[in-house]
Design a protein around this ligand. Structure first.
Ligand SMILES: C[S@@+](CC[C@H](N)C(=O)[O-])C[C@H]1O[C@@H](n2cnc3c(N)ncnc32)[C@H](O)[C@@H]1O
Length: 223
């Protein structure tokens, strides 16, 4: 693999503390977001789900309630090591790049990306790859941080991120991740723009739901 991208290096450094940090920075709300994401996934007991950018495998137990098997892929070896320590049955871990998935076409019924997409260096390329590895009729489910659509709420949320959450994150990560974390939220094509992107790479029935006013969004689409 080439030089490790910044969106991976951050997680390499905080792998052991990731789950605590994520819950801390979301003020404890993250498990609720994950439940909302998984609730809307059609259960396929005989199916295999790809958890793309699975990190420490925080989503695996919830996914195993709906699928027979989980394949978790992540670029960060330290994050995968934390996932491996959990010794969960019916899971496989793969180190790989979301921009070049090491799977044949039409491999999965379902792909889930939780809080990963905004860290990929080329979102469109990763969506093309997801489309390639999904079976026809297969589903993509994405959870990502966004900016509330209401202009006043949006402004308040951005100020809150800038002044409170990201300085806290910077303290914990002990490196200047401020630009990436903040920039990736601001630049992310949330809401309708994401639907356009999903449709342009070939997905159909793309829809989105703002959660908690649009602090995070859940996107669902079909191949
Ligand atoms: C915020 S964590 C999300 C982890 C997990 N999905 C969750 O919901 O907690 C983002 C993850 O994206 C991974 N990542 C970033 N760029 C990647 C890439 N190009 N290919 C695969 N994984 C990547 C990072 O290593 C990290 O584990």
């Amino acid at each position: 693999m080439k030089e490790t991208p910044l969106g991976v290096r951050i997680f390499d450094k905080i792998a052991d503390k990731y789950e605590f940090t994520a819950k801390f920075l979301s003020f404890g709300i993250m498990p609720y977001w994950l439940s909302r994401l998984v609730e809307g996934i059609t259960p396929k007991k005989e199916g295999i789900v790809l958890d793309l950018a699975c990190g420490t495998g925080i989503l695996f137990p919830k996914l195993l309630e709906r699928f027979d098997r989980v394949v978790g892929l992540d670029y960060s070896l330290p994050m995968l090591k934390v996932a491996k320590k959990k010794k969960l049955l019916k899971t496989s871990l793969v180190r790989g790049d979301a921009l070049r998935l090491p799977f044949k076409g039409d491999s999965f019924n379902t792909v889930v990306v939780s809080l990963g997409l905004r860290h990929f260096p080329d979102r469109e390329q990763s969506l093309r790859e997801i489309h390639r590895v999904l079976k026809v009729g297969g589903e993509l489910h994405i959870l990502e941080v966004g900016i509330p659509e209401n202009p006043l709420l949006g402004k308040l949320f951005l100020t809150f991120l800038k002044k409170v959450v990201l300085p806290l994150g910077r303290l914990r990560a002990k490196e200047d991740v401020y630009e990436h974390l903040f920039g990736s939220i601001v630049d992310f094509p949330h809401g309708g723009k994401m639907i356009e992107l999903l449709t342009s790479v070939g997905f159909s029935k793309a829809s989105y739901n703002p959660v908690m006013g649009g602090i995070v969004y859940i996107y669902r689409a079909r191949k």
